[in-house]
Design a protein around this ligand. Sequence first.
Ligand code: BDR
Ligand code: CA
Length: 320
Amino acid sequence: MPVRVILDTDTGVDDALAILLAMRSPEIRVEAITGVCGNTPLENCIRNIHLTLSVLDARVTPVVAPGEDRPLVRELAYAGEIHGDDGLGGVTSQVDADGRRTYPDPVQRPSTVHAADLIPDLAGRYPGELVLVAVGPLTNVARAVMKDPDRMRGLREIIIMGGAFETGGNVSPVAEFNIHADPHAAQIVCDSGIPLVFVPLDVTRQAFLDAGTIDHFAAEAGARAVFVRDCTARYVAFHRQNRGVNGCFLHDPLAVAVAAREDLVTTVPARVDVETAGDLTTGMTVSDLRSDRWGEPNARVCTAVDVQAFTTLFEERVLA
Ligand code: BDR
Ligand code: CA
């Protein structure tokens, strides 16, 4: 029986790859995809979710619901320099040889139900069963916890792509983007009493997709691989210039893979909190993975990943 999943996403490039992986994973049944501002404005997220689903030609598609268009407290800060102004590396304005848009705007419309209502509704419908995979800032999740903490505690767990524990951050020396974008929301989630699994930069930086692999599969001309090549081109260029690697990190797909195949990672129990006030350290995930001295564990934190197994799974399900 596949695990029921909601994917909450600020649909940038690696989020789109996470959607493809979730939809192509037999261990997962995607009940809903909810959008939150983060990499790109909310309306782009919703468009990008529909556009990514259209690449799949799936018989049944999940409900798509819009969520929050700004963080709880912090100022908005998008990541256009990494994901492009459209959030998908510019593919929405890409044109074919005949001048037609390669990826025209999808006609589908999102649900009229807000993500912060839909998530607790589904948690209440499937108590103890539903896994929420959050791969953007935690604003929708925190709003849902504030609205309906009891039904939210019916979630089986929340798998969070976020944080940097024993490695440096990616928006500051100590903070990772999703947590930094809405640290107040992240702390509300940490205090929610819902079982949490953090999939931080410590492991997602090992989940690497090589540029040559993308080109190899795209040359075989499968629609998914071509879409992956088109939407990652700019993202790969960013990695080349700023991270010194010829390819890109699969941050969000790894969080989806943990929902499908937890055996791919090693976790340790830990108390995790988030710095919300520091001038220099806002968005830092504060924990002590070596002991429980920081407090009673509220989460499991991924500390290692079977890189080869993950890479094979991603290639077989998304690119091949
Ligand atoms: C996270 O930040 C976003 O830019 C990515 O989509 C991923 O969710 C990595 O820090
Ligand atoms: Ca994301």
